[in-house]
Design a protein. Structure first.
Length: 236
């Protein structure tokens, strides 16, 4: 082998080693997190709210756990129960040590109906470890605004749309009572017409809003995949 050939062979081996190292490095890297990260973590304001045990608290209150925050309402017919069920399944996949570092927090956008006992009873249907917040409507509206959550009241909100919601109670209104059925249908339409954001917001252990996952990312498993890493990066 000539001197040139030896040099060429050594050079090729060096290149191969470098490329092999880069490949191993890339394989060892974690995939990018899903959802959308805020450019700058947003410290949540200390808005006065009430938890599902009827104890005063604030939006900013934290115990160091990672929070997965979802805005919804108890009489929501579809998105809210589906999202909470998905979050229940997500947490069920975690080992105990990781699960203890995560808090799922439901914040009602219908505080006139969703009192602390109502929220507590609702969350028990999914996971007793889930927590909830309610409070004054104006405060809830501000909390939603701060976290970029849409919260549009139904057109009939000026009426007491929550008084009769028998359409959500297994047909409690009698089939032959046309007036009662019409009233129930109107109440049901008003409740269903409430529009709110369906995203899950990630709040770190310092009470800072850091990332948001759209509903699709929650139900298609991206949040499941990311949660262990979110815990490592954001829980205290």
């Amino acid at each position: 082998m000539t001197g040139f050939s030896r040099v060429l062979t050594v050079g090729l081996l060096v290149v191969a080693a470098v490329l092999g190292g880069l490949l191993l490095f890339r394989q060892g890297q974690s995939p990018a997190l899903g959802g959308e990260a805020l450019d700058t973590p947003l410290p949540l304001p200390a808005l006065a709210l009430v938890d599902d045990r009827a104890q005063p608290t604030t939006l900013a209150a934290t115990d160091g756990r990672l929070r997965l925050v979802f805005y919804g309402f108890v009489r929501c017919p579809d998105v809210c129960p589906a999202t909470l069920a998905s979050l229940k399944n997500t947490l069920a996949t975690l080992p105990d040590d990781q699960r203890g570092r995560v808090q799922v927090q439901f914040i009602t956008v219908d505080p006139a109906h969703d009192t602390a006992p109502v929220v507590r009873a609702y969350l028990e249907r999914f996971d007793p470890a889930f927590t909830g917040l309610t409070g004054e409507a104006a405060t809830i509206d501000e909390a939603a605004r701060v976290m970029f959550v849409a919260n549009v009241k139904p057109p009939l909100a000026s009426a007491d749309h929550g008084t009769d919601h028998s359409a959500h109670m297994g047909g409690a209104a009698q089939a032959g009572d046309g007036a009662a059925n019409a009233q129930a249908a109107g109440a049901s339409a008003a409740v269903a017409a409430r529009m709110h954001g369906d995203q899950v917001s990630v709040v770190d252990g310092q009470g800072r809003f850091v990332r948001v996952y759209g509903n699709e990312a929650v139900v298609n498993g991206k949040l499941d995949r990311d949660l262990p890493r979110l815990i490592r990066e954001y829980a205290n």
